[in-house]
Design a protein around this ligand. Structure first.
Ligand SMILES: Nc1nc2c(ncn2[C@@H]2O[C@H](COP(=O)(O)OP(=O)(O)OP(=O)(O)O)[C@@H](O)[C@H]2O)c(=O)[nH]1
Ligand SMILES: [Mg+2]
Length: 243
């Protein structure tokens, strides 16, 4: 079985080398899966993709999907996840941030759990999960946004906006990829909504989210506004899932 970590990047030049080093170290402990990394870069001005190409020379399991321009986190994931399934022939598809917020040590726990589920979610809102170095204002916004989206979309998952997850190919193949209303950050909630609506079984495992130490966030006010309206669009179009 092949597992592919799909990692979108935009100006992550200083994070990408330590991330690759940690991931390659972690892969040594994983025996049951062929592990691959797919970086989906939107032509980063800091040339993050250059470093990915250098690593690819030595490590053929690190691949680059270079896009022409920045079109949002969701657009990068839609392209990357489909590429991982169709071109790289991955059976298990991960999503992960490049800024070291998502601990690579959890990968093996995700893989142990995905055997019995369709989606595994790294959750900051279950026992053992949480935040490291996040200001209280950001925690409050995150919790508020999470509650808002859970109620609107009718999902029982505690952390629906976490960006650290893994999926089976079978559940991702049920997703209507050409119908996404949200191509920015709100893609995360919309994707989970389709997986659950289509009968996917999800499990949350504890994630301690570590704030980025290097580089800048790409989350801005426009994204937050899109999120508020984006969740309403999904609910009005598709209703509450029967769970
Ligand atoms: N390809 C691509 N990657 C993106 C885009 N927007 C964000 N990313 C990447 O998606 C991941 C998550 O973005 P972040 O900026 O870390 O968002 P966040 O984790 O909510 O916020 P901070 O950690 O505080 O910065 C990172 O690896 C980014 O480089 C985009 O438009 N295109
Ligand atoms: Mg981040």
């Amino acid at each position: 079985m092949k597992a592919c970590l799909v990692i979108p990047t935009y100006n992550e030049r200083d994070n990408i080398t330590p991330l690759f080093e940690k991931l390659l170290e972690e892969f040594k402990e994983i025996k049951d899966f062929d592990m691959e990394i797919l970086i989906v870069d939107d032509n980063s001005p800091d040339k993050t993709w250059e470093i990915v190409n250098e690593f690819h020379e030595k490590h053929p399991n690190i691949n680059l999907l270079l896009r022409t321009k920045k079109e949002g986190l969701g657009a990068a994931y839609i392209h990357g996840m489909n590429y991982a399934m169709d071109e790289r022939k991955a059976d298990i598809i991960f999503q992960m941030d490049a800024d070291l917020s998502h601990d690579p040590k959890l990968i093996k726990i995700f893989l142990e759990n995905i055997k019995d589920y369709d989606v595994i979610i790294g959750s900051r809102y279950v026992k053992g999960g949480g935040f490291e170095n996040w200001p209280w204002t950001r925690k409050l916004i995150s919790r508020g946004a999470n509650t808002y989206a859970r109620l609107l979309l009718g999902l029982k998952i505690k952390d629906i906006s976490s960006g650290y997850r893994c999926y089976t190919k079978e559940i991702l193949k049920t997703v209507p990829w050409d119908k996404f209303d949200n191509k920015g950050y709100s893609f995360l909630e919309e994707l989970l909504y389709y997986c659950i609506k289509n009968g996917g079984k999800a499990k949350e495992i504890p994630l301690v989210f570590v704030d980025r130490k290097i580089g800048e966030t790409k989350l801005n006010k426009a994204e937050m506004k899109n999120f508020l309206t984006g969740m309403i669009k999904v609910r009005l179009k598709h209703g509450k899932p029967k769970i």
